[in-house]
Design a protein around this ligand. Sequence first.
Ligand code: MF3
Ligand code: CO
Length: 249
Amino acid sequence: MINRKSREEIKLMRHAGHIVALVHQEMAKVIEAGISTLELDKIAYDIIKKNKAIPTFLGYCGYPNSICASINEQVVHGIPHQDTILKEGDIISIDVGATFRGLVGDGAWTYPVGKITPEVQHLLDTTKKALFAGIEKMIPDTKLENVSAAIEDVANENKVGIVRQYGGHGVGREMHEEPFLFNYRTNSSVIIKKNCAIAIEPMLNLGCDEVHTLADGWTVVTDDKMPSAHFEHTVVASEDGPLIMTELM
Ligand code: MF3
Ligand code: CO
């Protein structure tokens, strides 16, 4: 069952989303060659705590940290580590969740570390474009398939791979609620309900679609070791159009 959010729940989600955006604002400042992903995790944890929220990921299914930090061929769920040091030319996807008074905001962004190649920049631009194309389709009483199709079309036009094992999701009192959102067409007949909240999160690859999980049980990487990008916003389908929760207020 897809649930609708009350006005009060949307207000709280907007607050949770603002905290997620504060973390990303700081990530954009501190990400540079030489910093470790564990330092980034600590910075994120402190911002979430300072804002009286709970790091949603910490302890989720046993996950050990507050952010996922996925470098280059890592798609999602990279675990922060003191020995994982960013270097010039890397890309790093930071995914973070904050729970504020019981409501979750979930958002991810891929950052360049210094100068990156034009091909990788194009992957970042394309993935961000796919996210916003999907967001535009978050209209009540229309098909969720339109969101999937918009993402797929941007990926195909730009000849990048689409990660198929992972996708977006309903979000609210739980990080993962119904419905699942595919990043490609599936002929789904699910309808976007008014005031439902969905985390839209295209994961696109410079190479092939295929991915697998490393022996740590978390880190997802591309089979061909080509770079992967991930952009995510939590979005409410309001009657006035899509509302992004995970932006600065
Ligand atoms: N935030 C991820 C998602 O977008 C899930 C992270 S899993 C966790 O769905 F274990 F790291 F929390
Ligand atoms: Co998510």
